[in-house]
Write a protein that binds this ligand. Sequence first.
Ligand code: GDP
Ligand code: IMO
Ligand code: MG
Length: 420
Amino acid sequence: MKVDVVLGLQWGDEGKGKIVDVLTPNYGVIARFQGGPNAGHTLHFGTTSHVLHTIPSGIFRNDTVNIIGSGVVVDPVIFAAEIKKLKDVGVDCSKTLKIAKKAHLILPTHRILDAASEAAKGKSKIGSTLKGIGPTYMDKTGRNGLRVGDILSPEFMERYAKLKAKHEDMLKSFNFSYDISEYENQWLEAINSLREFEIIDCEYVINDAVNNGETVLAEGAQGAMLDIDFGSYPFVTSSNTICAGACTGLGIAPSKIGNVYGIFKAYCTRVGSGPFPTELFDQDGDKLCEIGREFGSTTGRKRRCGWLDIVALKYSVMINGVTELIMMKADVMNEFENIKIATAYKVNGEITNAFPYEAQAEIEPVYTTFKGWNCNINDIRTYQQFPDELKQYVEFIEKETGVPVKIVSVGPDREETIIR
Ligand code: GDP
Ligand code: IMO
Ligand code: MG
């Protein structure tokens, strides 16, 4: 068997959580491969709505093994809170959830370093979720980090104190006041909840599963345009959000990758700073935000909204080797007379189909206008029943990207999903 991958093709919040939950019945193992509690993956069924930050989105389906992979960074406090919330709704993950030894730990001082670094950047701040993601990955690549497997070592507290002292030294260069005592107590207590789970060699477990014919789905966080190497640098996150990140984050070979499900919204959103060529500053933008309830699942921040960007989408499809597209939130555009898609950019007076290198480049999108479907599609359950205008919209995207749109989502609920 091969490992299928679900990932976001835009700037995050495409609806990965919903789709992983929908696809989970087809898989024996679901594994998150990167990111940390900067992610907020929402699952909605019936009257229940649940946001997951660290735990894979297959957790609500009985018997599925859920793995927090080696490429993930874990804040024990947030993890423990997630476990408690799941318990409160009757989900006991003690048997099905496993954590990679090689996943890195987010320390309380990583969070402070994140906040201090953002404050020092002033107007050019990244708009980080302030969960300590950047500093934790910096310690990982700098070869200073603490990993989940280290909590089993008798020297853990000594190593923790050493890294904390290093951070405190670094913090002296920022004029930033902080007090970690309360969070640190919670953190040390939460380390004990981590110890209650099976801590695994993720690469062996996943490769054994694949070799034994089990189906594995890798769940990405963030989106391709936030990738550390290929996103709109420096306004990105600190991990490889793209398909290659599933290989490095889980320990699987590129030849073991099967289907790559690329998820995108029928429009675009972005939370935090950085280039967003199709961003709208008018009533259409406000309407997308209001109807789409575009407020961050992790920070509650208002998401910037704009039209679908085919230039960025084609770039993401290329980088990720997307085999199937999944279009989300089509229903949010039910009440638009006209809908636009950016099919090229004008940069310095020149038409281009490439995403510019410079984060500050002045990009003017070149739009193609479509007639809106102007009706409620939430109750539709087959593609054939879609209004012609929506079919034209979907088929235009397929033609431009060269990839079939296999799923269209028409509402947040599990049931509001059309599989073609
Ligand atoms: P993720 O980070 O990619 O998992 O996405 P988020 O959970 O942060 O944001 C997606 C939001 O859109 C959540 O509130 C979902 O419940 C909601 N959502 C997902 N699919 C649809 C859809 O097709 N229509 C509507 N209206 N909402 C959706
Ligand atoms: P999910 O998995 C949307 C954004 C932040 C900020 C930048 C860097 O729910 O799609 P970080 O905290 O990683 O240092 O922030 O990346 N960002 C996200 N935006 N969805 C996410 O995750 C995000 N995770 C990080 O807003 O601009
Ligand atoms: Mg999200």
